[in-house]
Write a protein that binds this ligand. Structure first.
Ligand code: FEO
Length: 404
């Protein structure tokens, strides 16, 4: 039996969450390093639990709480976010800890009732600017709709100056250390980038709004404690906040991604020739085969790329199924790409590249060139056309960057 202990965050605040070492899938996102579900215990006159954990981790959370205080001494539970990775254990926690009140946003009330029906009594709705007195400290709420769900909000603890930020500023990273300064920056960058690309990219505009609004709320923040991954302390939160702004702004970078799948290596040969053309124009390129890279890694690499060229063979009058999967995933996340293009080899009627072009158009990705299609195996002339096609896409990007 594991002996689950709480970890002290500050004098009166404890991490009492759970570590999901083996999680490898989070609604379509491959979480290669697992995750944590962070819950926080505030010891004050009103003992308060901020968020809970995924349902199967209830006992782990309960044991960590019990290492600090009798769980039945919890008075309040705050649900900053209703998604089941944070609320799965909520109804059981309310019932077994005999908490007096549960605080959430208006949308949170709707979401929680739609999940738990009549199993969550004592629900109290709060809105931006509302505060509750816990004793020495106050807890103030700020709604952050669509970060990551309509119900989402963050909670700020005075005294300890902690912003409990739920999904925002988090990452899927299981680990024995609880604080960001205990991890290598390169690892934090990699996982924060992947998390943003796969969870928050669609809401980039709202993130910029939140980042612009935060200073006007006059919250004196010493620490940011998200619901996933490490806690930002000692001023480290400035780093992740800046990084979020950079990711959310999606300024086109001087780099290209050539993404493809291939049936008999003809589309692959086109991809390589297109990449040659892009390099020739002075733009760095990454060639990604969907055979060797899954969708959540691909979207992470696509985020911020100035050029995206997408290649597919045609199979049974359609694009390759792997491209269908990738483009549907991308359509949901809406990356902003300055210059796009579709290409591919075909044998029969060649709908694949046209379908990819249509999918890119539906994502408002500008395509300065028509789809480039080659029948069967590209010859020397066809490969030269691919080089020129890639070069033109890269030049269009450079033009856009120079005109900014
Ligand atoms: Fe970590 Fe949107 O849930």
């Amino acid at each position: 039996m594991a002996n689950f202990q709480a970890v002290q965050v500050t004098g009166n605040v404890w991490w009492v969450g759970a570590i999901d070492w083996h999680l490898r899938e989070f609604h379509g996102y491959r979480t290669s390093r697992g995750s944590t579900y962070n819950a926080f215990l505030i010891i004050d006159e009103k003992v308060t639990l901020i968020d809970t954990v995924k349902a199967p981790f209830f006992e782990e959370m309960r044991e960590r709480i019990a290492s600090v205080i009798d769980p039945e001494k919890i008075d309040y539970i705050v649900s900053n976010h209703a998604e089941m990775d944070h609320s799965g254990a909520l109804a059981r926690a309310m019932q077994e800890f005999k908490a007096e009140k549960l605080f959430c946003s208006l949308q949170g009330e709707r979401a929680l009732k739609a999940h738990f029906h009549d199993r969550l009594p004592a629900l109290e709705v709060v809105k931006t600017g509302d505060s509750i007195k816990l004793g020495k400290n106050d807890l103030t709420f700020v709604e952050t709709k669509m970060l990551h769900w309509p119900d989402s909000m963050v909670s700020y603890l005075s005294g300890e100056k902690i912003l409990f930020s739920q999904d925002a500023f988090g990452m899927h990273l299981a680990g024995s250390q609880r604080f960001a300064d205990e991890y290598a920056k390169s690892l934090l960058y990699e996982e924060a980038r992947k998390y943003f690309a796969n969870i928050l990219l669609l809401q980039s505009a709202k993130i910029i709004d939140l980042l612009n609004t935060l200073p006007s709320l006059n919250l004196d923040i010493d620490m940011v404690a998200p619901d996933h991954g490490p806690i930002w302390r000692n001023g480290e939160h400035a780093w992740i906040i800046d990084l979020y702004r950079q990711f959310a702004e999606q300024q086109p970078e001087k780099r290209a991604v050539v993404l493809f799948d291939t049936m008999w290596h003809s589309t692959e040969a086109m991809a390589n020739a297109i990449a040659d053309g892009i390099i020739g124009a002075g733009v760095p390129v990454e060639v990604i085969s969907l055979h060797s890279c899954e969708r959540s890694e691909v979207i992470t690499r696509i985020m911020g790329a100035g050029v995206l060229a997408v290649g597919t063979p045609t199979i049974n009058n359609n694009m390759y199924p792997s491209l269908g999967d990738m483009l549907v995933y991308m359509r949901g996340l809406k990356p902003q790409i300055a210059v796009g293009g579709a290409f591919g080899s075909f044998g029969w009627s060649g709908e694949g590249a046209k379908q990819v072009a249509e999918a890119l158009s539906n994502m408002q990705i500008e395509q300065p060139l028509p789809p480039l299609a080659v029948k069967y195996v590209p010859d020397v002339a066809a490969l030269e056309s691919c080089r020129n096609w890639g070069k033109t896409l890269a030049e269009k990007l450079l033009e856009k960057i120079n005109n900014q």
